[in-house]
Design a protein around this ligand. Sequence first.
Ligand SMILES: Nc1ncnc2c1ncn2[C@@H]1O[C@H](COP(=O)(O)OP(=O)(O)OP(=O)(O)O)[C@@H](O)[C@H]1O
Ligand SMILES: [Mg+2]
Length: 138
Amino acid sequence: MEAKTTSPQQTIKLAQQLAKSLKAGDVVALFGDLGAGKTVFVSGLAKSLGVKNRVTSPTFVFLKIYKGRDFSINHIDLYRGEKITDFKDLGLDEIFTKNDITIIEWAQRLEDKLPKKRIDVVFKKIDEKTRRIKIISY
Ligand SMILES: Nc1ncnc2c1ncn2[C@@H]1O[C@H](COP(=O)(O)OP(=O)(O)OP(=O)(O)O)[C@@H](O)[C@H]1O
Ligand SMILES: [Mg+2]
């Protein structure tokens, strides 16, 4: 699936569409540059999943956990991690086997540690307000 959005609100709407199809244990991997709209997308997912708190990127911690309606939502941001060894303490393997929804910004940093079964969301900044967003399920 591929879409073009021209506002944060449209990106949030797209995320809310995806949220409807998410099941316990799903991992959503977000790819794209700084300011591409990953956190905006996470906020849309979280809202749809019943999270009341405001979603912000977990900058100084890698992981934030939100309580949704049916699931806990693990929001991971790996921007500040340099090497794969930095992520060892996160206990990711355990997180991936839980019946939560896990969303990962800067997912490329996990390299081959990313679970094979996942949903990729790839963001491309076209201009100030336009984003091309591709969603691929594996
Ligand atoms: N179509 C759009 N979709 C999403 N965000 C948009 C769009 N147009 C403009 N924006 C703006 O782009 C910015 C996206 O910021 P966001 O924090 O979501 O990026 P990010 O990919 O999470 O970056 P980072 O890697 O720094 O965490 C916001 O300021 C938002 O208002
Ligand atoms: Mg972000």
